[in-house]
Structures are given as structure tokens and as C-alpha cells.
Design a protein around this ligand. Structure first.
Ligand code: MN
Length: 336
């Protein structure tokens, strides 16, 4: 067993109450991993509190237990495990609430799989970040094996959701042979993928107003740089009207990537306070997402990444994003 895994084992062994922390960008991997840890650690006799500074997105609310995630740290706890993020930049809610210092006083372990990380959480006692893993969920599965932790069917549902989220249903390049092995073992242990899928589909149905709004977004999409980049901007008025019902980016980003010639799909949100966020998705062969997001102060994976810019004019952010994206694409060996 590696030193890092020994350290994780001892942090868990010494703690009775463990907080599982998701960063400010929760997704299927972070929530699935957190719920899985809640079950795994619970089965070890631990008390587990789930924390995330932002609300769980609607599309994840088919997962049993999503409503146990709270947005405040408990008054007492012994240790924390941060899942699916290693950067301090994504723990802004804890910083602004003043709770980060409180978290830092307790032993902290990080379980992650993000390749390029800046501004690493400085108080973590152990960081297990394996970027060959498709997802934090997959990493947790292997760690549980190594540590002889029981993965119940309930825990397995979380891990499967985590894996399917980051691999887009095992369809992207993050899914390795190991990933399939984990999926097979989870199915063998009793996790019902079709049932999970049906719950997800039922919850992700859109209201008719969103269906019509999608039509507007499709019409407004710009295809630039010889049609290689699809980009759209969502203004504050539309964020107000539609975001509570449905997140606009996943509504159209798949269609953008399904347009002939498109290599990168970018959804920008322009907020009234000047903030600009970007969700970047790339087609196979054009994985410039991580580098593009980093250029704009964000991060993520090659094929899915995001950024947030404040204090800069929206047209400048957009121009910078498109220009740098073009530069990255033209530097790719497969391009031209
Ligand atoms: Mn992940």
C-alpha cells in the first residue's frame, strides 16, 4: 500500500465525524463520489456530513441522497475529504463564509483526478490525484478495494453515477479498460444501470418553455473560425428566466458538437455584475478545453472545462477566448 493510501487510511481511522466536501462546481462525479463515501464511511461506523457551498444542480436530483448535501460545515467534525477538486479556487464559498480556516484546522484528504491543478489546497495532509482515472468515483472504487472497504449497492450507485457522468456514459476518452472493469464489477454487485438511467431521464425532461427557448438558442449560435468554434452568449435576463428551470449549456452544447466542422463548443454566460463564465466542450481530437480554460483562469479536462472571469469587459473576454481557442486548435497536429 502506498504512503498516501496509508495516510488516507489513518485519517479515516482516527476520525469519528467526517465531512465530505464538494467544490463550488458540483457535478455527477462529485455528488456520486460524495454519496458513495457517505455509505462507505457510514458502513465503517463513521458519522458523515456532506457539504457543498452551492446548491446541487437540478439535473442531479435523481440521485437518492442529493438533499442531504448541506451548505454549511457542521459545528464539530474530526476530518474532511474533498472530492473531485484540488484547487483552492473552487472553494470560494468556504472562503467567503469564513469556514475555510475551520476546515483547515482538521486533517484533510483530497481525492481527485484532475490533471492540471493550480492553487492547490495548502492544508491537505494527503492528496491522491490520479489523472489516469476516469473520475473520482473510479478512484474511490480502487481505493476501497485496496483498503478493504465495503462498497454496498447504494455506494455503488454513487460510484457508477460518478463514472458515467465524467465519461459521458463511457463514451469519451476518459473511459479506460479499468473503467469498464469497475463498471462490470458494480453491475455484478447489484447496481442496476438501466434503473439509474431511467430515473435520470425522467428527471432531465424539460418543460415546454425550455423546449421553445432551446429553439432560440439554436438560432442564435454563432459559428466562427471557419465553423470550427460554436459559441453562444446567455445574458442575465435569460439566466433569470430559464436557468432555474434548466441549465442552458447542456441544453445545446451536444447539438453544437454534432454540427459538421465544429471542434469546440463554448457557452458563455454574461452576468449583470460583469462576471463572465464559460463552459467549454470539445469533440474527439480537439481536446483543448483544459488549456483554454486555464488561459482564462479556470480549469478542467481536455474535453470538458470551464472558467469564470470578473473585472473584464465581456467583449474582451469573448474575443480573448475565441482567439486563444483558435491558436490552440491551429497548434494541434490533426488540424488544418
Ligand atoms: Mn471528476
Amino acid at each position: 500500500m502506498s504512503n498516501k493510501i496509508e495516510l488516507l487510511k489513518s485519517i479515516v481511522a482516527k476520525a469519528q465525524h467526517i465531512v465530505v466536501v464538494q467544490a463550488d462546481n458540483p457535478d455527477g462525479d462529485s455528488l456520486g463520489s460524495a454519496l458513495a463515501l457517505e455509505h462507505i464511511l457510514g458502513d465503517l461506523g463513521k458519522t458523515v456530513t456532506l457539504y457543498c457551498g452551492v446548491d446541487m444542480p437540478g439535473y442531479l436530483q435523481y440521485l437518492t441522497g442529493w438533499d442531504r448535501v448541506q451548505n454549511q460545515l457542521p459545528n464539530t467534525f474530526d476530518a474532511s475529504i474533498i472530492v473531485d477538486a484540488s484547487t483552492l479556487s473552487l472553494l470560494e464559498k468556504l472562503q467567503s463564509s469564513g469556514e475555510l480556516g475551520w476546515l483547515a484546522t482538521k486533517p484533510c484528504a483530497i481525492l481527485d483526478h484532475h490533471e492540471k491543478v493550480e492553487n492547490i489546497v495548502p492544508f491537505a495532509q494527503v492528496i491522491i490525484n490520479e489523472h489516469t482515472r476516469s473520475s473520482t468515483g473510479e478512484l474511490i472504487y480502487w481505493l476501497a478495494k485496496e483498503l478493504d472497504w465495503t462498497v454496498s449497492v447504494a455506494a455503488g450507485e454513487g460510484l457508477m453515477t460518478a463514472i458515467l457522468g465524467d465519461t459521458q456514459g463511457l463514451s469519451n476518452q476518459l473511459a479506460s479498460a479499468d473503467t469498464y472493469t469497475v463498471m462490470a464489477e458494480l453491475v455484478a454487485s447489484g447496481v442496476d444501470r438501466p434503473a439509474l438511467e431511467e430515473r435520470r431521464r425522467e428527471l432531465s425532461k424539460m418543460p415546454a418553455t425550455i423546449y421553445n427557448y432551446k429553439g432560440l438558442l439554436l438560432q442564435r449560435t454563432e459559428f466562427v473560425v471557419e465553423g470550427h468554434i460554436a459559441v453562444i452568449t446567455i445574458p442575465q435576463t435569460e439566466i433569470n428566466s430559464f436557468s432555474p428551470l434548466y441549465n442552458p449549456a447542456p441544453l445545446i452544447q451536444g447539438d453544437m458538437l454534432q454540427t459538421i466542422g465544429v471542434q469546440v463548443a463554448i457557452v458563455l454566460k454574461h452576468y449583470a455584475d460583469g462576471k463572465v463564465t464559460g463552459a467549454i466542450r470539445c469533440n474527439p481530437g480537439y481536446g483543448v478545453g483544459a488549456e483554454l480554460a486555464e488561459h482564462l483562469g479556470g480549469g478542467g479536462h481536455a474535453f470538458a472545462s470551464g472558467f469564470k472571469v470578473t473585472g473584464k469587459a465581456y467583449p474582451d473576454v469573448k474575443a480573448d477566448c475565441l482567439q486563444y481557442c483558435q491558436q490552440l486548435l491551429s497548434a494541434l497536429p490533426t488540424s488544418n
